[in-house]
Design a protein around this ligand. Structure first.
Ligand SMILES: Cc1ncc(COP(=O)(O)O)c(C=O)c1O
Length: 396
């Protein structure tokens, strides 16, 4: 039987990050016993796992049989706890009634796109950006319009570019701050101007703030939710809270959108994982937050070590990341030194000759992605130091 797949399914390109990761895993097995086992700098998730109180809370929930469906919007206590976190950490009043708990930021993005985007609607996004975000738009039969960005713009959209690109079919913007793959945030004044431009056109501002908790500069670590109730923010327990596989996230939506998202979540997901929700309540205990802050300092220390080393090695990182755990490096000079052309071949050479797994820019857009690679610093300081030593030998 020949299956006929939908055009929707066919529009979704492979997530090459995962394909590269698979190739690296395979090679890792064959080089495991050599002097240079594989170092993974391609990973988009923290190398830490959930802290002890969170594990204990999950165990307690399991043993107590707290394993049935929850309300589609999430446990009331968890929505309250997230609301408290916004107040305490960001000084912003986000009422629990506007918080929707989801199966990761991925489900939140899916729900937001399905709730707001109609066939043919165009959503403006920066190039480079997280590949799945444009696929969520396309799954809702909208069109992601990628706008090339520059280092001067911190690889983010600017209000001028949003204004210039806005057309009859434009429905809004989908931003991510800090960004994957660049680790750079939108400057606060620029973000305010973008929101004003969008608002003046009756459009939507969707902002993926999944890396906001992992912010290293006071200047940038603010939530866009402070700019008004019409801003829709997506977040997650995956990154700052180190719970990627637990599949838990949330989004903050305007009051009027809550019943719509509730209806869709009831139908599409029923609810986010109940065990994960009970466990996540312990994320906000003072000792858990203290541990997360210690880990955030560790991520910052890695950034402060690794980015200057990349620059020194000719893998220029034009904007110092202010958050997340990524570096968006221009590999053209280093590739030339290796006698190869483009980020795909450069990543391949690094994987095979230095056993360093990194991510070619390809996934993240089309503008300048053949010149860029993404390094992830979600690995120990010792591994980062070893990676620098290998890069030094290969391209230094
Ligand atoms: C920018 C961005 N948004 C969303 C996600 C998806 O995260 P989650 O695990 O919460 O679904 C990721 C994961 O890497 C990401 O980098």
């Amino acid at each position: 039987m020949t299956l006929q797949f939908s055009s929707r399914a066919q529009r979704i390109e492979p997530f090459y990050v995962m394909e590269v990761a698979k190739a690296a895993q395979e090679l890792a097995r064959s080089v495991a016993a050599t002097r240079d086992p594989m170092i993974f700098l391609n990973i988009g998730e923290p190398d830490f796992t959930a802290p002890p109180l969170v594990l204990e809370a999950a165990e307690r929930a399991l043993r107590a049989g707290q394993t049935q469906y929850t309300n589609a919007l999430g446990l009331e206590a968890l929505r309250e706890a997230i609301s408290g976190w916004y107040a305490q950490r960001f000084g912003v009043d986000v009422p629990a009634r506007r918080i929707v708990v989801t199966a990761g930021a991925s489900a939140a993005l899916q729900l937001a796109c399905l709730a707001l985007i109609d066939r043919g609607d165009e959503i403006l996004m920066p190039d480079p950006s997280y590949p799945c975000n444009r696929h969520f738009v396309s799954a809702a039969e909208g069109t992601a319009v990628l706008i090339p960005t520059t280092a001067e713009e911190r690889f983010q959209l600017s209000a001028d570019k949003v204004q210039a690109a806005w057309g009859a079919k434009t429905r809004g913007v989908l931003l991510a701050s800090p960004s994957n793959p660049t680790g750079t945030s939108i400057a606060p004044d620029e973000l305010r101007r973008i929101v004003d431009v969008v608002r003046a056109r009756g459009g939507l501002t969707l902002i993926d703030e999944i890396y906001l908790g992992l912010s290293y500069e006071e200047q940038f670590g603010h939530t866009a939710l402070a700019l008004g109730e019409d801003v829709i923010s997506i977040n997650s327990f995956s990154k700052y809270f180190n719970m990627t596989g637990w599949r838990l996230g949330w989004m903050v939506v305007p009051d009027a959108m809550v019943p719509v998202v509730e209806r869709m979540a009831q139908n599409l997901f029923i609810c986010a994982s109940t065990i994960s929700q009970h466990a996540a309540l312990a994320c906000f205990a003072p000792s858990s937050i203290a541990e997360y802050e210690r880990r955030r300092a560790e991520f910052k220390a890695r950034r402060d070590y690794f980015i200057p080393e990349l620059n020194r090695l000719g893998l220029s990182v034009p904007v110092m990341p202010d958050g997340a755990f990524y570096a968006w490096a221009d590999c053209s000079a280093a590739a030339e030194r290796l006698g190869v052309d483009g980020s795909w071949d450069f990543a391949y050479e690094l994987m095979h000759r230095a056993h360093l797994a990194i991510t070619p820019g390809h996934d993240f857009g089309s503008a300048d992605t053949a010149r860029h690679v993404r390094f992830s610093t979600a690995n120990s300081m010792a591994q980062l130091q070893e990676a620098v030593a290998r890069l030094q030998r290969l391209i230094g």
